[in-house]
Write a protein of this length. Structure first.
Length: 439
């Protein structure tokens, strides 16, 4: 009997577990959900007789080995820094591994061992990265097969709030890992625009963000993602003059977040400074002073553009409450505040928006632009659009591998036709389908 192992039962795991649970019943497979919180894992598998919840400390080699050895395929939704421990065990025991995370340097260093083990490590298999790669490659292949030449590729993606539940000044609610939200953009970004390589430092990422219109919705602002350049050869677009991968937010979100970055409120390593603080008011006062702002929080807000004052006021960073126990850095403090202020309530719906914009010359030498848009709304606080679009590609890939329909081995991302074509087909049956316009 085939056995699937899932590491992690957090926000993004719900729809993955549901998909695996339903398919396990149909195919007579078993699956294990391993998480540090047994209650969380147990609650999510309770309607699936083939499921088993296990309490596990992933940093303990013996505990990992016990569950990995008995699995046929492993899916990791752990924080990216923990993937490498699971990956080494999967190489050792020759198990296929799926993740939604970027391929990092430690994983890249395992590539030869992965190849020698004859297993598939399929990474970047979620939403962004994941569905973005697969849908883009399908479009690019189609245009090239019809004799077209692509000269501009821009891909946008954002985890947002559904308009009907957009009721706070940030126009945002947390539907995925809040740590990633706090640290977004921290690595800076590099991309290609009009044949020019553009590099942006962290403090420039959220400043003066450009806008893009999403059909049926409204204008959103975008900021560039990490290293777009590394995907140019993977997408086969070396001759394109523009290549940009972005994240979408409300325009005022970007402007307000820029202020938080300028004040160093997202710093994950200022431990010594935070250790000396007792209240939120202490924290914001010292941060303002360090940034050369000789004023209190309220005065700082009044100095800002009126359009972003409501966002900054909502955070109440000058309150006299004692800082929560366990916070060690400014990033910790800000994350704690955001999780309270930007909560996705039980009946709220989140929304995923993805849009590819490809300008090309067709085989008749006509200039054309294709816009391909995906909009997915969640059901509620738990069955979110984010969980659906991150979890389903992983679940579908796992099923296709176990069925022998994906036969690839090695360290991969889903840019190969034999991978993305069957996964996209299955995603359509789950309601995840792009709409296209050509001009």
């Amino acid at each position: 009997m085939k056995k699937i192992l899932i590491f992690g039962a957090g926000k993004s795991a719900t729809e993955l577990i549901n998909y695996i649970g339903e398919n396990s019943a149909q195919h007579d497979w078993e699956f294990i959900v391993a998480d540090a919180q047994l209650n969380t894992a147990a609650r999510k598998i309770q309607t699936y007789p083939k499921g088993k919840a296990v309490a596990l400390d992933v940093t303990q080699p013996d505990q990992r080995a016990d569950v990995i050895q008995e699995a046929d395929i492993v899916i990791s939704l752990l924080p990216p820094a923990l993937h490498i421990q699971v990956a080494r065990d999967c190489v050792k025991w020759k198990k296929n591994l799926l993740t939604a995370s970027y391929i990092d340097i430690p994983l890249r260093e395992l590539e030869n061992e992965i190849n020698n083990a004859g297993v598939l490590f399929l990474c970047e298999m979620g939403l962004d990265p994941g569905i973005d790669h697969m849908s883009a490659m399908e479009l690019i292949a189609r245009i090239k097969n019809e004799g077209g030449t692509i000269h501009s590729f821009v891909s946008h993606c954002g985890g947002l709030t559904a308009p009907e539940n957009d009721d706070n000044p940030w126009h945002y609610k947390i539907s995925w890992n809040p740590r990633n939200i706090v640290l977004a953009g921290a690595a800076g970004a590099i991309f290609k625009n009009n044949d020019t390589i553009v590099t942006k430092k962290y403090k420039e990422i959220f400043a003066d963000c450009e806008k893009v219109n999403i059909p049926g919705l409204s204008d959103y602002a975008w900021y560039p993602n990490r290293d777009s350049l590394s995907y140019i050869p993977l997408y086969g677009l070396d001759d394109a003059k523009t290549f940009i991968r972005t994240t979408l937010r409300d325009p005022n979100f970007c402007s307000a977040w820029q202020k938080l970055v300028e004040l160093d409120l997202t710093n994950p390593t200022d431990w010594d400074m935070v250790a000396e603080m007792r209240t939120y008011q202490d924290w914001i006062r010292i941060k303002l002073d360090a940034a050369g702002k000789k004023m209190d929080w309220q005065a700082f807000i009044q100095e800002c553009n009126p359009e972003i004052r409501p966002q900054l006021s909502m955070l109440e960073l000058d309150n006299v409450e004692t800082l929560p126990s366990g916070v060690r850095s400014s990033a910790d403090i800000l994350q704690y505040v955001l999780e309270k202020k930007l909560i996705l309530h039980p009946s709220d719906k989140d929304m995923i928006v993805m849009q590819h914009e490809i300008a090309y010359t067709d085989n008749q030498q006509s200039e054309k632009k294709i816009i391909s848009t995906l909009i997915v709304k969640g059901t509620d606080q738990e069955r979110t659009a984010m969980a659906k679009t991150v979890g389903l590609p992983l679940g579908i890939a796992a099923k296709l591998i176990l069925e022998g329909k994906i036969k690839a081995t090695g360290l991969k991302i889903p840019t190969e036709k034999d991978i993305y074509e069957p996964v996209l087909h299955e995603l359509k049956t789950c309601g995840i389908e792009f709409k296209e316009t050509v001009s």
